[in-house]
Ligand binder design. Structure first.
Ligand code: SAH
Ligand code: MG
Length: 203
């Protein structure tokens, strides 16, 4: 990364820290960007922009990569616009301000990155898989939900949090049972699921 770019990225990370915006951690973002380069991903559909950090990091993987990203929170969406302008990535990142569950997107993508409301993962998956190319990937962040998915229910005090953890476990079962995809969950960052769509009529 060029000096100037690095400083701007650092500022975005600091804003996230100061304003408690749950952007991907360093280990997670390293995994995601390495994955994009390794698999020569050309375009990404992201659910959950927040302030544009992961969209920007993905875009910086290749000078031709395009990202479409959806965010429902206005304050974060506006901050994402600012950050994307700051890095001159307006031509390559398309922001959609809406609830993803009410959004229909055109076109097909090599990678769909799900990083929004954790209890809705099955819905996001089922809604947006129509936008995935054959042989493409769906990557889901926070499969451990800050480590809580590995704990027993008794250890989790909040009923609300227990509910989310249960939904993530349902999502894990959903992915494992889904014969159209091969899913691996990596013990990286906050737990990252990679679901590879099987190619039709393949060997
Ligand atoms: N991908 C970002 C972090 C996203 S945080 C990064 O790593 O930089 C999750 C975001 O998803 C939040 O900003 C939240 O407002 C948004 N979100 C949650 N549910 C959503 C929905 N149904 N539609 C659109 N955005 C949603
Ligand atoms: Mg996340």
């Amino acid at each position: 990364m060029v000096n100037n770019t690095y400083t701007k990225i650092k500022e975005i990370r600091e804003y996230a820290r100061d304003n408690k915006v749950p952007i991907m951690n360093q280990e997670g973002i390293d995994f995601l960007t390495t994955f994009i380069i390794k698999h020569q991903i050309k375009n990404v559909l992201e659910i959950g922009t927040a302030i544009g950090y992961s969209a920007i990091m993905m875009s910086l993987c290749s000078p031709t990569l395009k990202v479409t990203t959806i965010e429902r929170d206005e304050e974060r969406y506006l901050e994402a616009i600012k950050n994307i302008k700051k890095l001159n990535l307006e031509d390559r990142i398309t922001l959609i301000f809406n609830d993803a569950l009410k959004t229909r997107v055109d076109g097909k993508y090599d990678l769909i990155f799900i990083d929004a409301a954790k209890a809705q993962n099955i819905k996001f998956f089922e809604l947006f898989e129509r936008n995935l190319n054959d042989g493409g990937f769906i990557i889901t962040d926070n499969m451990y939900f800050h480590g809580l998915v590995k704990k027993s229910e008794k250890e989790i005090k909040s009923r609300n949090v227990r509910g989310i953890v249960r939904k993530i476990k349902d999502y894990i079962a959903f992915l494992k049972e889904n014969d159209n995809y091969n899913t691996t969950i990596y013990d990286i960052g906050d737990g990252i699921a990679v679901s590879e769509k099987k190619t039709k009529g393949g060997a």
